[in-house]
Write a protein that binds this ligand. Structure first.
Ligand SMILES: [Cu+2]
Length: 459
């Protein structure tokens, strides 16, 4: 009935409509180049060389994937592969990611763009990519088993769809998810509005919230950890390895974060009030926005916050769960506040030469130096202009400076506080203590608040 040519055509069209087609049908020779990145530094925004104009984002400690324009389709090439990611100076991790880094590069397109993404699998097991938040044909949704077979090692699949709505999105595998997400397979996706004047800001920062469980001294995350992660990161970087977000005084700033950890993160910004202007589902209508200084980002969610950087300084920006602003080694340590260790360390040192007493005065471990296994970050290491910052993990700064040139994201150094605006030590007369004379504890008194420790505490 039908001639072989037209039935073949029907077969090809059908295959393309059913879902992501194996690249062999297109021909491997036409694959776009897969750009790769070896640095974990924040790269300058990628100005669009073709296509509709837009205001590019800045990926914190990351980069944007270049594309090839072919017959008015933006073609990207992602390569899923093992990578080495520097988590912070002094620590590297063996992760899985895309194009040389974990997270993978940010993909930036414009509302209405037709996008074709080639995904090559160089992992030892099958994978897929789910385009988290995109409204697309079901067969392009990247759910292994449900909408496509897994992409076998060595194979390349093609995803193609129109980026329908402007907003903040992510990508990650829907294949052996617990392992592949625990190993760092994820990336950011921005669909810019068709009209660049819409939702325009002066600086637009993006990063993913991710977490790892890497034992002190190890390089590879444990992949069966469900909750007890020990490295809390922005874009697979832990403080002090996270670059500051730099803004000029008066800039309108947007920060977008996506959460691909297994718990929520209340992100807190100092010195400014912001509004949540974008969620997983798109832009929040102006009438529905309200001022906040902390916004909680649940698992799998994206949030865009906006504010005017109208307060000069170096402002902390961090997750408000205090154990998320610590690096590894922070687990299973008993509270020792109030416990008098006098003499204890000496005795233990005879048995364990490297032993050190932790935290009997509240344990500021920020400035503490103790021997660590190799490739292990101290718990709280950041060094600021006034000493140890006592924070690690999900912590960085927003640096607001008058006269910071437009488009300049370089660290301007530490803020110089104008005279009379800095907290200072009181050295004058002390007011009389409240209550009866002698009620004040004498220095050297031991107050056991937490535990009954040992016989040497009994008076
Ligand atoms: Cu957190």
């Amino acid at each position: 009935m039908t001639d072989p040519v037209s039935s073949r055509r029907t077969f090809l069209t059908g295959a393309a409509m059913v879902g992501a087609a194996a690249v062999t049908r297109v021909g491997a020779a036409s694959l776009p180049e897969a750009a790769t990145q070896s640095s974990a530094a924040t790269m300058a925004p990628l100005m669009p060389p073709n296509g509709r104009p837009y205001n590019p984002v800045v990926t914190l400690n990351g980069w944007t994937l270049p594309w090839r324009m072919k017959d008015n389709v933006k073609e990207f090439h992602l390569v899923a592969e093992p990578v080495v990611r520097e988590i912070a100076p002094g620590m590297k991790a063996n992760l899985w990611g895309y194009n040389g880094q974990s997270p993978g590069p940010t993909i930036e397109v414009v509302e209405g763009d037709r996008v074709r993404i080639f995904v090559t699998n160089k992992l030892p097991e099958h994978t897929s990519i789910h385009w988290h938040g995109q409204i697309l044909p079901c067969g392009m949704d990247g759910v292994t088993g449900l909408t496509q077979p897994g992409i076998a090692p060595g194979k390349t699949f093609v995803y193609e769809f129109v980026a329908k709505y402007a907003g903040t999105f992510m990508y990650h595998p829907h294949a052996d998810e617990m392992v592949q997400m625990a190993m760092g397979m994820m990336g950011f996706w921005i669909t810019h509005p068709k009209n660049p004047a819409q939702h325009a800001v002066d600086r637009d920062f993006v990063f993913l919230l991710n977490a790892y469980d890497i034992a002190p001294g190890a390089y590879t995350p444990k992949v069966n950890t469900m909750l007890d992660f020990n490295l809390w990161t922005f874009n697979s970087r832990a403080s002090p390895g996270i670059d500051p977000m730099v803004a000029a005084l008066g800039d309108r700033v947007r920060i977008r974060a996506g959460n691909l950890t297994m718990t929520n993160h209340p992100l807190h910004l100092h010195g400014h009030r912001f509004e949540v202007t974008g969620t997983d589902g798109g832009w929040v209508p102006p009438a529905a926005r309200f001022p906040e200084v902390t916004t909680d980002i649940a698992v799998g969610q994206m949030r865009a916050i906006e504010f005017v950087a109208d307060n000069p300084g170096d402002w902390a920006f961090h997750c408000h769960k205090s154990h998320h602003t610590m690096n590894a080694m922070g687990h299973d340590v008993p509270t020792m506040i109030g416990v008098d260790h006098t003499g204890v360390a000496e005795k233990i040192n005879r048995l364990l030469p490297d032993y050190m007493v932790m935290g009997d005065k509240g344990g500021s471990m920020g400035g503490m130096e103790m021997p660590l296994p190799e490739n292990t970050l101290p718990m709280m290491t950041g060094e600021g202009p006034f000493g140890g910052i006592d924070m690690g993990g999900m912590f960085t700064t927003l640096k607001v400076r008058a006269g910071q040139p437009r488009g300049d994201y370089r660290d301007p150094g530490w803020y110089r506080h104008p005279a009379g605006t800095l907290a200072y030590e009181w050295t004058g007369e002390m007011p009389p203590a409240p209550g009866a004379a002698g009620a004040q504890a004498r220095a050297g008194d031991t107050v056991v608040t937490v535990q009954k420790p040992g016989p040497h505490h009994e008076h």
